[in-house]
Design a protein around this ligand. Structure first.
Ligand code: UDP
Ligand code: MG
Length: 330
């Protein structure tokens, strides 16, 4: 049941945008529609808003956000000083939204995730859920390659012991309470999808269909996708490094046995030519050692980044704050 007696919550919709001038007009239109309807239904408060985070775009994205902000009272903008990446841009938006919203929904700018699902997110929130995950029901519009690799990725992560929602990307609702907790995660190697489930609290799932990108092209080429996946794995799990240790022990045992065998052969008077096997094992062990070093380097690199505590993003303009202190457009 909906608690219609309590005040409707202020909803903030956070939209990270990187070179999205082609989709932005349609995104603003669709999200404004959704918000207007929610306000009319008294599901959310009149002060609900969309916060567009310009992640250092090189096209006219920020100009567009600015012009929408002037004409559309539901639009707010946050401009990052440089491209900080999807996850950091999202986090910047969530941190900002938390200051004025009771709950925040994060959604990509490209309309691949159906904005109509936001209504269900809010209904779940009002039923008392702190986190609502948007789950892709069909990924028919993604290429077979993207679907296949994504599936492998989810499987691998759960094998490695990370709790992660299957088929959920960054389309979700979080209550202020959950956002407060998110703020306490200070890591630089940020992988929101893996971190949000760690917060706990009551969570629900809402299923939706995934569409084609409305316009423009993916800002996640294969290279970025791979590095994203690799970051996800190594920032959520230490299992890979444990596997290496286990392999090291196994190899050590094997070499002891082989050594004993060689001694026995020698004592028995069998001459062992052994050159080939020697070469093979030297290369084999060398290879394993290199892999191990690489892995260790990966973790040390991550530690290095963490200890520096560099800011994840730098805000150049906070258009909402200007509006609040200025003509009150927000
Ligand atoms: N994005 C961003 N910064 C980046 C790359 C992407 O803010 O450096 C935004 C982008 O504008 C979009 C969302 O992140 O709103 C997801 O990107 P995209 O749709 O290109 O990824 P895909 O859906 O192809 O995985
Ligand atoms: Mg997309």
């Amino acid at each position: 049941m909906l608690a219609t007696t309590v005040q409707p919550p202020v909803l903030g919709i956070v939209v990270p945008c990187y070179n999205e001038e082609e989709v932005l007009p349609e995104t603003v239109r669709r999200l404004t529609d959704v918000l207007d309807r929610l306000v009319r239904e008294k599901l959310v408060a009149a002060g609900s808003f969309m916060l567009f985070v310009d992640d250092g775009s090189r096209d006219r994205t920020w100009e567009l956000i600015e012009s929408y902000r002037r004409t559309n009272p539901r639009v707010a903008g946050l401009k990052l000083a440089r491209n900080a990446g999807h996850q950091s841009a999202l986090l910047a938006g969530l941190h900002r939204a938390r200051l004025t919203a009771d709950c925040a929904v994060s959604i990509d700018a490209d309309l691949q995730d159906d904005p109509e699902a936001i209504r269900e997110f809010v209904v779940k929130y009002r039923e008392g859920f702190d986190i609502v995950y948007g789950i892709r029901q069909s990924r028919a519009t993604d290429t077979a390659f993207k679907r296949g690799t994504a599936q492998m990725f989810y499987k691998l992560l759960s094998r490695l012991g990370a709790k992660i929602e299957y088929n959920h990307a960054d389309y979700r609702l979080m209550s202020r309470r959950a956002l407060d907790q998110l703020e306490r995660f200070k890591e630089v190697n940020l992988f929101l999808r893996g971190i949000v489930p760690m917060i706990g609290f009551k969570s629900a799932r809402v299923y939706f269909d995934r569409h084609e990108r409305f316009a423009g092209e993916s800002k996640y080429p294969l290279k970025k996708m791979l590095s994203f996946a690799w970051d996800g794995i190594t920032s959520l799990s230490v299992t890979p490094i444990r596997l290496v240790t286990a392999a090291g022990f196994a190899l050590f045992l094997l070499s002891v046995i082989a050594g004993l065998y060689a001694v026995v052969q020698k004592l028995a008077g069998n001459t062992v030519t052994g050159w080939a096997s020697l070469m093979v094992s030297v290369w084999f062990v060398g290879g394993i050692q290199l892999i191990s070093l690489g892995l260790i380097g990966e973790y040390i690199g991550k530690i290095y980044k963490e200890v520096k505590r560099r800011p994840l993003y730098i805000i150049e303009k906070d258009a909402r704050a200007e509006a609040e202190s200025g003509n009150g457009a927000a």
